[in-house]
Design a protein around this ligand. Structure first.
Ligand code: ZN
Length: 432
């Protein structure tokens, strides 16, 4: 039932002593990096007397990670680094996260622990439909599944008919998939004459990388006849594997022997009492190449009260409610409205105002951008307008990595507001 019995079921007080030892070792490693060498200069050599004392230390934010590009957070000799991953950049430097061989081994083991806790065993067949590459989702699960000993099919996303062919002919039992793609893929079954509940052997799905409601999870479970588990992670910590649902699907166990969680008020930065909802802040306890101290994840959640009946003592977080910043996730790709603005404003024919709408079309996210033209362009020929529209689409696609639908509209036709303009309308429905 447990991948690592003694670690997963460690008695709370012992776990906290273990965390304090690990936190002090992590702080000592972090101080070897240029950033923390300065930020933690006043920390006594003896380290912290209690975990609670972490509260006195400064936060680390995404802006600091960007400012520290490329090596400001590296805490080991560069030759100890075996891999890097990067989250999608917004403006300026991307966020780069380095891994030593030990970091990779720990990460694989964490994913194996997550998968095992939902009942995945060596006899399973795992089809990984997440993207491989700089993004951590695909590669993280790939190596974790191999660590567990499961036959892994590194098929990646897309090519729906081939996905279904593999599901059918390899007898796939476990999938890792974007929730929106799971619903999209289901649209192919009727024309192929396949009843997924009858004709496929699927029993477990791991879903994550984009916000989705409980209703969507239940719908995926219903369509495929399986159990779908929520996964949580972020590339700054390792990737997926930070927190995961067990068989009981009642919150995500945050692996406290690897990460120390705090929940803060996102506005004041004040630590909130246990159980209150706020921004998740994480301190890495084991990472070597790039330890992060009090990292502000931007994700909103709370710590659920009481122990889980599964016997694991690591506390559970509620499924993520949303982001404290304005990031949009379009079919699993992260982007910021500011990227759209920046791109539009560099095109002279574009007027002052624009509007971003995101909605679900056939279960996939559709990004629609309405763009006001400036007065003289608007009086141009139809051919000129079509050419302009194609250019706006191409430039946005190059910047965002997703293809938007662009509508050119008359000057001054979009709503204007006093003060901070509301330009983003996420019409995909509420979470939770
Ligand atoms: Zn549990």
């Amino acid at each position: 039932m447990y991948w690592e019995l003694s670690l997963e079921t460690m008695e709370r007080r012992e776990l906290e002593r273990h965390q304090l030892r690990l936190a002090n070792a992590s702080l000592a490693r972090a101080r070897r990096s240029p950033h923390y060498g300065q930020a933690l200069a006043r920390l006594p050599e003896t380290g912290l007397a209690s975990l609670r004392a972490l509260e006195e230390l400064p936060f680390t934010g995404k802006s600091e990670l960007r400012a520290g590009f490329p090596y400001g957070f590296l805490a080991v000799d560069p030759e100890e680094v075996v891999r890097l991953h990067s989250s999608s950049g917004t403006t300026g430097n991307p966020t780069v996260v380095y891994h030593t061989r030990g970091d990779i081994a720990d990460w694989e083991n964490l994913i194996a622990r997550c998968m095992y806790s939902t009942g995945v065993r060596k006899k399973d067949v795992f089809q990984n439909m997440m993207g491989y590459g700089l993004f951590t989702g695909g590669i993280g699960f790939h190596y974790g599944a191999e660590r567990l000993g499961v036959m892994t099919i590194p098929i990646g996303p897309g090519n729906s008919k081939r996905q279904i062919w593999f599901l059918q002919h390899l007898g796939t039992t476990v999938i890792h998939i974007l929730p929106s793609y799971a619903l999209h893929l289901a649209g192919y079954f009727p024309e192929l004459g396949i009843d997924p509940r009858r004709d496929l052997k699927l029993r477990i799905a791991f879903i994550g990388a984009e916000p989705h409601s409980e209703a969507i999870r239940r719908k995926i479970e219903e369509i495929y006849g399986l159990k779908a588990y929520n996964s949580y992670g972020l590339s700054e910590m390792c990737g997926p594997g930070v927190a995961f649902e067990c068989l009981l699907q009642n919150g995500l166990h945050l692996w406290e022997d690897h990460f120390y969680p705090e929940i803060i008020d996102p506005l004041s930065g004040r630590l909130l009492p246990e159980g209150e909802e706020g921004e998740l802040v994480l301190t890495t306890l084991k990472r070597e190449a790039m330890p992060l101290i009090r990292y502000r994840t931007g994700d909103l959640t709370r710590i659920l009260p009481g122990p889980c009946p599964c016997g694991r003592t690591h506390r559970r977080i509620e499924r993520i409610k949303g982001r404290s910043d304005d990031m949009l996730i379009i079919n699993g790709v992260n982007l910021f409205p500011i990227q759209i603005e920046k791109t539009l404003m560099a095109i002279p024919a574009v007027g002052r105002n624009y509007l971003i709408e995101v909605r679900k079309v056939d279960h996939m996210d559709r990004l629609e951008v309405k763009v006001e033209l400036n007065e003289d362009v608007f009086r141009g020929t139809l051919a000129e307008l079509e050419k302009l529209q194609a250019r706006v689409v191409a430039e946005l696609r190059a910047e965002l990595g997703v293809s938007p639908v662009v509508k050119l509209v008359e000057p001054s036709s979009l709503p204007v507001s006093e003060g901070k303009a509301r330009r983003v309308y996420d019409l995909r429905g509420g979470l939770g």
